[in-house]
Ligand binder design. Structure first.
Ligand SMILES: [Zn+2]
Length: 199
């Protein structure tokens, strides 16, 4: 069983304790597979779900949704198995409320990853996540200037989906206001110029 409580990831064994508000508290079971931690002001129930025989358990907060989605949807897309995760954390986005970054390291891997971003240490990855990239504007013309130096009159930009694939921004389509740099593949939010992905 694996658990993520208060932003820390644990492999749960019979005597696992979690750190909650600075205190080590054992995870216990009420005898009916209802996992919980008992704290001064009550009991925090842990919700569980199973993916391919691995039971994941979470305190009931926003992270539960983000992590279950990560395990069931995003991780398989990377071609990696969730059982190979050695280290796993979440970090609230410094700017966008209610957005969590999920970042992880696989067993034997040298890089720490969060989506398309990678770094060789936990600290370097957190630095990347807290300092998102924005493309600039060209002096004089005010046109977009990508971090790779591409501009509209060079390779240009095209409207795309969340994976960076070209799409028409038709009324009624599910276009999210994204553009891709035709030179480097950065995916850009058209309103904020924030780099939100990489093709
Ligand atoms: Zn570019």
């Amino acid at each position: 069983m694996k658990t993520l409580i208060d932003h820390k990831f644990y492999e749960v064994t019979a005597d696992t304790a979690v750190i909650y508000n600075g205190a080590a508290i054992p995870i216990t079971d009420d005898g009916n597979q209802n996992w919980r931690i008992v704290v001064d002001n009550g009991i925090i129930l842990l919700t569980t779900f199973e993916v391919d025989g691995v039971l994941w358990c979470f305190s009931t907060d926003l992270q539960e949704m983000a992590i279950s989605q990560f395990v069931t949807e995003q991780l398989p897309e990377t071609g990696m198995a969730y059982t190979e995760i050695e280290w796993f954390k979440t970090l609230p986005d410094p700017v966008e409320e209610w957005t969590y970054h999920i970042f992880f390291k696989l067993k034997g891997a040298e890089n720490y990853r969060s989506g398309w971003r990678q770094a060789d240490s936990e600290a370097a990855l957190i630095e990347l996540l807290q300092n998102p990239e924005y493309i600039g504007l060209e002096d004089g013309t005010g046109e977009w200037l990508c971090l790779c130096a591409n501009v509209a009159f060079d390779d240009g930009f095209y409207t795309c989906d969340t994976q960076g694939e070209e799409m028409e921004p038709l009324i009624g389509s599910d276009w999210k206001g994204l553009y891709a740099c035709a030179a480097c593949g950065r995916i850009i939010n058209g309103d904020t110029r924030k780099v939100v992905g990489h093709k």
